[in-house]
Each structure stands twice: as structure tokens, then as C-alpha cells.
Design a protein around this ligand. Structure first.
Ligand SMILES: O=C(O)CCC(=O)C(=O)O
Ligand SMILES: [Fe+2]
Length: 494
């Protein structure tokens, strides 16, 4: 069975709609066949009754008995043949061919993880999530007891009992309030028993000493929803239950800075400004770029309106159909492996591959105009689409801290284009410098990863916050350090 990693890309999730259409069509064909069969059997019943009535009326002379005998021999054999036919065999084959294209239990688990991430980072409770109320905005969707029960089940599997408890009580509430549909629930395998059973399992697993303070805290939060202190304490408690230990001091501050800057845009000092950049390359004298200075150290700028809608469309069309799940380098394994900290699909727009297109070279040159850094030996452009609650946990884009390997093609700078707006969530956050940027289609971030000595700057570590609503597309370009000898020379150490 192929793994489509449906939870990893909102775009690829669209394929399921096509599959669903095919399956519904097949089911309709099956229903038609069954209906034809019922009609046929009904007509046979009529015929058989008729024959029986005729036979009863006749006396037993040979000539009039013969039709009945013939009927009893051939007609019933015929009916037996019909009974033995399996209706829907062709449809079953069609189903099983498509089955490998459908989401797996792993996909659903990964989707639940995405929703859990949204709950945790944006502080959304289960009942609001089920009602479609996210960060104070009412969305046009709601979850039923089915989905919330599924979430609870997977959360229990992942031993996330605190959130599972919230989920299972929401699932129970939804179920109890929907009595009219209990039969439907039962038919699809969800009974009140299974809900209560899961509830008990969750309560059983919540250790008494942590559940009590948490319950008290929740009650207090209800009474003082505005209290930032309570909110912090609650998050700390939840994290301690989740991770088993409390993060300390600075680490905790970074977590809060991350949560806060995911929820609303964080901007740095007031001495920063906007300008038209007409100097980075000669071409910019003709076509200056709108530049917003976001941070001086590390140097981070945001270019506005650098891509047209047509360019964005062209880049996404190149990527569509070629997206593959992101993998990460893992020190313990020889091969790159799936990474729960990076839930996206991507494609490299290699200039030498099938995906080369004039827009790709134009984009490459644009990154040179934006950075005045040499393009040579840098990695190809990478187009990325995020999944359900898709995120990229905190990381730095450089490979070594101290520039210890001068031959390593380390990434001196990153250019990151936003290829879509994201209605809710999906900000790029630099927690250590209290900075976040909300995605806006057509704009691009540029920052240096390495300092003037070629050492990685840990202050550039950054994250992509979980996407709550929308399909987030970005395109990244990492510039290689080596060819920048004359563009950005090393400075002598002071
Ligand atoms: O999507 C984002 O906002 C950040 C992505 C990122 O950091 C990366 O791809 O290296
Ligand atoms: Fe990054």
C-alpha cells in the first residue's frame, strides 16, 4: 500500500475528492444492480405463483402436467443461477483498486496530531474546536461526535490524556445532544458504551496528583479568562504533564515567545524602517524593491510585492503533482527519515529537471537582486505546501555552529517567498528575537544565517507555526556561503 501522507499537504488532500467521486459512482451502480435484482425477483415471484395456480387448477393428465414439470425443472434452476450470482463483484474490484489510494490510520493519526498542535499552541479548547470557533473567529464548520471520538482515541493512543479528556467529554456532549442520530452512530460503530469506556480509560490514566491541580486551574481560568499568569501556569502544567518535566527559565520564555508570536504578529524596535531598495544590484535602479527592515542583528528584512499572482500561479503549478513528504536528516540513521517536527510536502525546482521553466530562472535572479549574493552552487528553489495543522518546529537553516568545516556548503542566507496568504495561523516566528511574520502572498523574507566569520547565528532559529485555516505555500532559496567571497567578505575578528 502506497503512503500518500495525506495529512502532510492540504493541496494533495484535494485528490481525495476525486476518489470519493469515483467511489460514490460505483456505489450508485451497485445500488442500481441490486434494485434491478429486486425487480427481477419480484417478477419471478409473480411468474412462479402464476404457474403454481395454473398447476393447481389442472387435472393430472400427462399433457397438462408436462408444462408444470418442465417449469419445475428449468425455471428454478435458472433462479438458482441468479441467486448464486454475486452482485457488485465488479464494484468490489473497483473499490479494492482504489483502496490503496485512501488515507491510512497513520494519516488520520497525523491529522489528529495537527489538530492537537493547534489546540496546544493557540490555546483552543476541544469544545471551541468542535464548534469551529478558533481564536475568536467562528468558522463555517463543526465536528460531530464521530470526529471528536476519533481524536480522543488517537490522543489516548499517544498517551496525551489531558487533551484526550477534554476531547472525550466534548464527544460525549455532542453524542448526548444528538439523540435523533443515535441509530446512525450505532450503524457506523459508535455507541455510548464505547464513549464511556474511553472516558473511563482516560480518567484512569490521569494520575490523581496532576489531575486535581489541573481541574482547579481550569476552573480558575473559566472565572478569570483574561489572566495571563493563569494562562502561563496552565500551559506550564500541561507541558509538564506532556513532557514529564518543566522546561526551565530561558527555555520557557522562548516557548511563550513562540506561542505569543504565533497568535499575533510580533515586531521589533521602533528604529526600524521601510525603504525602496535600489542598490543591491544594478537592476534595482530600474526596478527598486519595497523593503521593510525587521531586525538588524540578526539581519532580517521583508520584501513586499516581489511576486505577481501569475508568477505565484506558475510556481505552484510546477509543484503540483510532484510534492513529496519532507524528510529530515537524523544523526542516528543513515537515511533521512520522516519527521513529526516538519509536517509538509515539498518539491525541488531543479533548473536541470523537468520542472525547469523560465519562471524558475527568473526567481533565481530575483533572489540575487534581493540579497546581492551570488547564486552559484546554491541549492535549487524548494516549493513547500503545509498539511493539517502543518508546522516546522524550531530549527536553524545552517548546518554547523562554528563554521568548522570550511568546505561544507553551508547556508549563508535564506530567502523565503510566501506563495499564499494564510487566513489563520502559519506565521514564521523567530522566538529568540521576538519576531514573527504573517504570510502574505507575494512577499519574501530574507535573513542571514551566518555571521561575518561564517559562524551560525543561533538567534536566527525559527519556526513555522501550525496552519489553522488555509493552505500555506512557501518557496525557499538557501544561498551557499562559498561563492560569496567578494560579495560578503569575512571581517577580521575584533
Ligand atoms: O514556513 C515557514 O514559515 C518557515 C519554513 C522554514 O523555516 C524552512 O523551510 O526552513
Ligand atoms: Fe528554516
Amino acid at each position: 500500500k502506497l503512503n500518500h501522507n495525506y495529512a502532510m499537504s492540504i493541496f494533495d488532500l484535494g485528490e481525495l475528492l476525486t476518489h470519493s467521486q469515483v467511489l460514490v459512482n460505483q456505489l450508485e451502480v451497485y445500488a442500481d444492480k441490486l434494485q434491478q435484482r429486486v425487480d427481477l425477483v419480484d417478477s419471478y415471484i409473480e411468474i412462479m405463483k402464476e404457474k403454481m395456480a395454473q398447476a393447481e387448477k389442472r387435472d393430472s393428465e400427462p399433457l397438462s402436467s408436462f408444462p408444470f414439470m418442465r417449469h419445475m425443472q428449468t425455471d428454478w434452476a435458472n433462479i438458482l443461477w441468479h441467486l448464486e450470482q454475486q452482485p457488485g463483484e465488479a464494484q468490489a474490484t473497483a473499490f479494492s483498486l482504489l483502496h490503496s489510494e485512501l488515507p491510512t490510520a497513520k494519516d488520520v493519526r497525523e491529522a489528529v496530531n495537527g489538530l492537537f498542535r493547534i489546540q496546544l499552541i493557540y490555546n483552543v479548547n476541544g469544545s471551541d474546536m468542535a464548534r469551529g470557533l478558533l481564536m475568536g473567529v467562528q468558522h463555517n464548520y463543526s465536528l460531530t461526535a464521530f470526529e471528536v471520538h476519533t481524536m480522543a482515541k488517537y490522543l489516548v493512543e499517544a498517551e496525551e490524556y489531558i487533551v484526550a479528556k477534554d476531547c472525550i467529554s466534548v464527544a460525549l456532549d455532542l453524542y448526548l445532544a444528538d439523540e435523533a442520530n443515535w441509530d446512525l452512530y450505532e450503524q457506523q460503530g459508535l455507541s455510548s458504551d464505547s464513549l464511556y469506556e474511553l472516558h473511563v480509560e482516560v480518567l484512569d490514566n490521569l494520575s490523581a496528583d496532576k489531575e486535581m491541580p489541573l481541574a482547579l486551574m481550569m476552573a480558575a481560568m473559566k472565572r478569570y479568562p483574561e489572566s495571563q499568569n493563569l494562562k502561563r501556569a496552565l500551559t506550564r502544567l500541561e507541558m509538564s504533564v506532556r513532557i514529564g518535566e518543566e522546561p526551565q527559565g530561558q527555555e520557557m520564555e522562548d516557548v511563550f515567545s513562540y506561542f505569543r508570536c504565533c497568535s499575533s504578529e510580533c515586531r521589533r524596535g521602533s528604529r526600524l524602517y521601510c525603504l525602496y531598495n535600489s542598490k543591491a544590484t544594478a537592476f534595482l535602479r530600474l526596478a527598486p524593491l519595497k523593503m521593510e527592515l525587521l531586525s538588524l542583528d540578526p539581519y532580517v528584512v521583508l520584501y513586499h510585492d516581489v511576486l505577481s499572482d501569475i508568477e505565484v500561479l506558475a510556481l505552484k503549478s510546477l509543484a503540483k503533482g510532484h510534492l513529496v513528504r519532507s524528510v529530515s536528516h537524523n544523526v542516528t540513521e543513515t537515511e533521512n527519515s520522516e519527521d513529526p517536527h516538519r509536517t509538509t510536502k515539498l518539491v525541488w525546482l531543479d533548473r536541470d529537471s523537468d520542472l525547469s521553466h523560465s519562471v524558475v530562472s527568473r526567481m533565481e535572479i530575483l533572489t540575487e537582486d534581493m540579497t546581492s549574493l551570488d547564486l552559484n552552487s546554491s541549492e535549487p528553489l524548494q516549493v513547500i505546501n503545509y498539511g493539517i495543522g502543518g508546522h516546522y518546529a524550531q530549527h536553524a537553516d545552517y548546518f554547523t555552529e562554528d563554521g568548522s568545516d570550511p568546505h561544507l556548503p553551508d547556508r549563508i542566507a535564506t530567502v523565503m517567498f510566501y506563495l499564499s496568504d494564510v487566513p489563520l495561523g502559519g506565521a514564521t516566528v523567530f522566538p529568540l528575537i521576538n519576531l514573527s511574520v504573517l504570510p502574505k502572498k507575494g512577499s519574501a523574507l530574507f535573513w542571514y544565517n551566518l555571521d561575518h566569520r561564517g559562524h551560525g547565528m543561533s538567534s536566527t532559529s525559527h519556526s513555522a507555526c501550525p496552519v489553522i485555516v488555509g493552505s500555506k505555500w512557501i518557496m525557499a532559496k538557501w544561498k551557499n556561503r562559498l561563492p560569496q567571497l567578494f560579495r560578503r567578505p569575512c571581517l577580521r575578528e575584533q
